[in-house]
Design a protein around this ligand. Structure first.
Ligand SMILES: [Zn+2]
Length: 240
């Protein structure tokens, strides 16, 4: 039997020993928990929309199913999302470092999204839960002008020996983002380098201004709770 066909269990145990060794040296290894088997990979609006977008990448079609399978087997570790960047370690035959660059959303594209969303996003809570009107959902998930990256906006590196195009490790990390968005949808905006607060409706800003001037029906209401955002100190506090 060639090394290519090392028993899966043996491989897993070898990598677990390697991880334990590194943890002992002080490295952090946190597996991204993903649903196994045929359960839905993602269950929320943002997680599912992210994965649907990946599913549509015909250019990487051959690598995507293996990526999903790796993720479901708990092989993605330490997934980190920063503006324009993803990092993770993936347990293949060895532990591989993957880094993925995703082009931040062009300002013009984001401005158009904000414009389209004007008056339609009631609260941060609704936005992050994907409780939005159908029209706005379409804008946000539009394959060309929405929030999700196109294949040509993605560059990747993996320390595995056999990657030519997109390897299964990179594909696993990309699907891992969908799983992470299920619990932390705000990371999509972080990744694309935009501020989701700009999507809050004009109506909300007007209400806040009204409150600040002591007018309007909302005076005295708990605005943080109302809009699902942390408003910090009230503008009234700044008045002498
Ligand atoms: Zn790889």
């Amino acid at each position: 039997m060639s090394w290519d066909y090392e028993d899966a269990q043996e491989c897993k145990e070898r990598l677990q020993r390697e991880i334990a060794k590194r943890v002992q040296r002080g490295e952090v290894f946190e597996a991204l928990p993903a649903p196994a088997g045929s359960k839905k990979l993602c269950t929320t609006f943002w997680g599912q929309a992210w994965c649907r977008n990946l599913d549509s990448y015909q250019v990487y079609e051959s690598r995507l199913p293996r990526g999903r399978s790796y993720l479901r087997q708990g092989k993605v570790y330490n997934l980190e999302i920063e503006p324009g960047k993803l990092n993770a370690v993936v347990a293949g035959s060895e532990l591989y470092d993957t880094s993925i660059h995703i082009r931040p959303l062009p300002q013009e594209q984001w401005s158009k999204i904000v414009e389209a969303g004007a008056g339609q996003v009631g609260s941060m809570l609704d936005l992050l839960a994907g409780k939005l009107g159908e029209g706005l959902m379409k804008v946000l998930t539009d394959p060309d002008n929405g929030l999700f990256p196109k294949p040509e906006e993605i560059r990747f590196n993996c320390s595995c020996p056999d990657y030519a195009d997109m390897c299964k490790h990179v594909a696993a990390v990309l699907y891992g983002v969908g799983v992470l968005l299920d619990t932390r949808p705000e990371l999509l905006f972080t990744l694309r380098g935009v501020d989701q607060a700009e999507l809050l409706s004009n109506a909300s800003s007007e209400a806040i201004t009204e409150l600040a001037s002591g007018e309007g029906d909302l005076a005295g209401a708990d605005l943080s709770a109302l809009f699902g955002i942390d408003l910090g100190s009230s503008p009234q506090d700044d008045k002498p």
